[in-house]
Design a protein around this ligand. Structure first.
Ligand SMILES: C[S@@+](CC[C@H](N)C(=O)[O-])C[C@H]1O[C@@H](n2cnc3c(N)ncnc32)[C@H](O)[C@@H]1O
Length: 273
């Protein structure tokens, strides 16, 4: 994704092609390019070191596309480390917006700092607290991203070990944390504001199950359709394994690896009433 604070997307495209990297524009994300598999290592170019672009796996760009941060807004990234989505948000907000990038893991915040310092973004505050009890006055944010801790099964092509490590018990423990993070995110969002919940995993209890639980519990939040034209996705599940999540859950989005040659993903878009 181009650091548009430094140069327009087309100019970055020209520079990368001049350096011999045949990047193609991604139709559904402004000023973003697909790096060719045959290209050099993506972080090996001077343009990268100079902070002219930031890197993201294609499916992992969806949550910020759906969050749709606008210049000048105030946005919270509740689980932000190592900072790839925070970088996308900071670039979209521009110099008059503010991103609060939070993560409870101090060790993972170092790479967030390195990425954002490299890009030279000045619109970020970093916090390191448990997102479930993120301290703030009610509803200070226009938009909140909950890129939740999860069982990461959607990354199994890159990291096959996740499949061996997965247990239903661990999934249930994650679900408890995911619910609390999402509910806190709703409380922190202004009426009319947007919340995006995302994971890189498949088990429905960490995805549709979390959203369905929230909708059953609060009437100040509404599920919005999550679709991105130009990227193949599937509707979320309305039932699984004898558990009914409700027809509205078809508005959530699932990404299967074979559709776009990416990792697996889940996203839901909620509006605070
Ligand atoms: C999927 S990763 C986030 C990836 C990040 N959004 C990005 O794009 O680079 C989930 C993060 O949630 C953090 N986390 C786990 N439990 C948390 C909690 N209770 N409060 C805040 N962050 C938490 C983890 O430390 C981890 O960095």
């Amino acid at each position: 994704v181009t650091n548009t604070g430094r140069m327009p997307g087309e100019e970055l495209g020209r520079r990368l092609r001049a350096a011999g990297v045949e990047v193609e524009p991604i139709s559904w994300y402004p000023a973003a390019y697909r790096w060719p598999a045959s290209g050099p290592k993506i972080g090996s170019l001077l343009e990268f070191a100079a902070g002219l672009y930031t890197i993201q796996e294609e499916a992992a760009m969806l949550p910020v596309r759906l969050l749709d941060p606008r210049p000048g807004e105030r946005v919270l990234d509740l689980c932000a480390a190592p900072g790839n989505k925070a970088a996308q948000i900071a670039l979209a907000l521009g110099p008059h917006g503010t991103l609060v990038a939070n993560d409870r893991a101090h060790s993972r915040m170092a790479s967030l700092g390195a990425t954002l310092d490299r890009l030279g973004t000045l619109n970020i505050s970093r916090t390191m607290v448990d997102g479930r009890t993120f301290p703030a006055q009610p509803s200070p944010f226009d938009r909140v991203l909950v890129d939740a801790p999860c069982s990461c099964l959607g990354t199994s092509r890159k990291s096959p070990g996740v499949l061996e490590r997965y247990t239903e018990r661990a999934g249930a423990a994650l679900q408890a944390i995911q619910r609390q993070l999402l509910e806190r995110a709703v409380e922190l969002t202004k009426p009319g504001g947007r919340i995006v919940y995302s994971t890189c995993t498949y088990p429905p209890n960490e995805n549709e199950g979390v959203i369905s639980w929230l909708l059953g519990r609060r009437d100040d939040v509404a599920l919005q359709p999550a679709r991105v034209a130009g990227f193949v996705s599937r509707p979320g599940l309305t039932e699984w394994g004898g558990v009914s999540y409700g027809e509205a859950l078809a508005n959530t989005l699932r990404v299967w690896p074979h559709d776009n040659d990416t990792g697996g993903f889940f996203c839901a878009v909620l509006e605070r009433r």
